[in-house]
Design a binder for this molecule. Structure first.
Ligand code: H2B
Ligand code: FE
Length: 308
């Protein structure tokens, strides 16, 4: 039988309190685990995600000076590398985010402003989330052009490290790409394939997501550049991924889906996309090979899924 899946945008409201780990408690190896005031601050911020409902504006956060300094440290390091390491789509959008969304060293951009900007560019919107969702829930959101975004920031003790997504990762890594129409189509394609998919197919799609949206690299003329958010938000791995150390293979979804990967170390293997359009067509082909007794289409007028 087909697993339940969201049919309407409002169905995403049911994901809010289904977070995996680190929603409210932190792992013992998290840099903020022993800092009671950090944990209290997080609880305050994740409250927004816990009670958020479709269609509401995302409340702004009054970020503290310490939080802004953490952001500034990450922002400075990464923006210094973007011109030589980020793909052209990321570089095209970044100045627009500075102009329109308050990107800069002196403030952490607000999700509501960024969400409105993305909506104008590609129809993508952000939804605040308390922590990690299951792969199924997270990918299902993409079918609606909804990206679940954390709103809290990493612990100030190690600004260049985080074991989980935080606003730096979302805003500097993911957001610029979701403003690109081809990348938005590509991401939604993975989301649509995940609706009602078997657990095995969810695992395969999550692996494809990992090697593209998180750790993807792409060919750009005679160069290779990063487009994955895990790379674009990691000072160390952004340098490493374009060095001669890792292995680089062509992006073929059926093969990518089988690839094992570490989550706490740099990736030993990356897959290079020829373009987002090409990657989207390949994922669509892959999705057609998955066993699902129906196909789906997103109706943007009604914000709902049609079953074909
Ligand atoms: N949840 C959240 N909140 N952010 C993510 O980036 C994320 C997630 N990634 N759940 C998912 C899992 C990803 O690793 C794949 C789809 O499993
Ligand atoms: Fe991410």
């Amino acid at each position: 039988s087909t697993p339940w899946f969201p049919r309407k945008m409002v169905d995403l409201d049911t994901f809010a309190d289904k977070v995996l780990e680190m929603g409210e408690e932190l792992d013992s190896d998290h840099p903020g685990a022993k800092d009671a005031s950090y944990r209290a601050r997080r609880a305050e911020i994740t409250m927004i995600a816990k009670t958020y409902k479709t269609g509401q504006p995302i409340p702004n956060i009054d970020y503290t000076q310490v939080e802004i300094e953490t952001w500034a440290a990450v922002f400075d390091k990464l923006t210094g590398m973007f011109p030589t390491h980020a793909c052209r789509e990321h570089q095209h959008v970044f100045p627009l985010l500075i102009q329109n969304c308050g990107y800069g060293t002196h403030a952490i951009p607000q999700l509501e402003v960024v969400s409105k900007f993305l909506k104008d560019c590609t129809g993508f919107t952000l939804r605040p989330v308390m922590g990690l969702l299951t792969s199924r829930d997270f990918l299902n959101g993409l079918a609606f052009r909804v990206f679940h975004s954390t709103q809290y920031i990493r612990h100030h003790s190690s600004p260049l490290y985080t074991p989980e997504p935080d606003v730096c990762h979302e805003l500097l890594g993911h957001v610029p790409l979701f403003a690109n129409p081809d990348f938005a189509d590509f991401s939604q394609e993975i989301g649509l394939a995940s609706l009602g998919a078997s657990d095995e197919d969810i695992e395969r799609l999550a692996t494809i997501y990992w090697f593209t949206v998180e750790f993807g690299i792409c060919r750009q003329g005679d160069q290779i550049r990063a487009y994955g958010a895990g790379l674009l938000s990691s000072f160390g791995e952004l340098e490493y991924c374009l060095s001669d150390k890792p292995e680089i293979r062509a992006f073929e979804p059926a093969k990518v889906a089988q690839q094992k990967y570490p989550i706490t170390e740099y990736q030993p293997v990356y897959f290079v996309a020829e373009s987002f359009k090409d990657a989207q067509m390949r994922v669509r082909e892959f999705a057609n090979s998955c066993d699902r007794p129906f196909s789906v289409r997103y109706n943007a007028y009604t914000e709902s899924i049609e079953i074909l």
